[in-house]
Design a protein around this ligand. Sequence first.
Ligand code: FAD
Ligand code: EPU
Length: 338
Amino acid sequence: MEITQNIQLRSLNTFGVEAVARYFVEFADVSDIRDFVRQDLKQFNRFFILGGGSNILFTQDFDGIVLAVRNKGISTDETVGGKVMITAQAGESWDDLVNYSVGRGFGGIENLALIPGNAGSSPIQNIGAYGVEIKDVFHHLNAIMLETGEERTFHKKSCRFGYRDSIFKRELKGKALITSVTLLLQLNGPVNLRYDALKTEMERRGIANPSVAMVRDAVREVRTSKLPDPAFLGNAGSFFKNPSVSSIEFQRLVNQYPDLHYFLQEDGTCKLAAGWMIEQCGWKGKRLGDAAVHDRQALVIVNHGKATGLQILDLGKKVAESVMERFGVELEREVNVV
Ligand code: FAD
Ligand code: EPU
């Protein structure tokens, strides 16, 4: 475990923006993390936990230490009554975990295929796609508290999961380093085809009773048709969350904009499709220098090459201002700005 200095983070964030970390350390196993946190971390005045860098926007150099989580491994813990418990070390790739599970016929995370990043980051914003969120299969996680070095286990309730939200984005932001995640998956369980785009893709393929592998493959297809691959075009997925509004506010909007795109929620609130509103404001495909709104998915901001974090942030602000002006709706950023 070596602490290096003045490390360029461009290849370590999927926006591909430049930022230099004053200090940088990579952890290959949990004992390294434990020892470092208990003995060395206090020397540094600032620290930042880095996973796969797929939900981060660096807007300046980082004058502290970046803690890169790289501990790997997946294990199948036990099988009880048609359910199986699997544990992934935090530095494991999320998509490798999906493929490991699907390959063994374990159901529950096939709809979350191809989401970039680490398994250890997946609970932070309760990753979600195509009608499934990680909270649906989450059992517990282990973490090391950075202020005390104490090891803690968080079960589902204590994570306070919400839409793209958890306690790790709030009270415990930057305070708990997640070292492993344990999920409870289904053996030969039912698949979830509630999301319209996925249902349509299954119909197009003529598949009536798909296996988990078939669902994973369809999700991969739908995702790649809309979302840019960061290997070719810098981005961090959705830049904003889909905003939630009350039923009264929803009525006002739908009266004014009958073709509004939305998802009604069980609690009576309504989630609005931010991508649709951004497109209505004329931003889809618009470019300000190298920062641009993606031409196939207006909720995604992309870096055509040399955009800085501040330029991307500025474009995001302009987009949010337009949506506020036209629809009276506030967009909240999903991406973590550093
Ligand atoms: P990072 O970007 O490295 O970090 C994200 C945050 O978590 C930071 O605040 C960081 O400090 C913290 N963190 C990272 N690791 C740890 C740890 N071990 N312990 C504590 N804190 C930690 N997200 C979705 O929910 N659904 C999608 O469909 C989706 N699609 C995407 C598509 C594309 C093309 C891209 C680029 C991104 C997409 N995302 C999506 C966003 C992103 O992939 C997820 O949020 C992912 O979980 C981030 O993981 P990461 O390892 O890259 O985290
Ligand atoms: N839409 C438009 N124009 C656009 C983009 C979208 O009109 O440019 C409309 C679509 O036609 C559709 C609706 O908006 O009616 C929703 O679009 P889509 O199905 O593409 O999903 P999204 O709401 O834009 C969300 C997540 C994604 C996730 C997909 C699939 C958020 C913030 N984003 O996007 O997650 O993959 O659903 O479940 O909730 C991420 O979080 O980074 C992410 C990519």
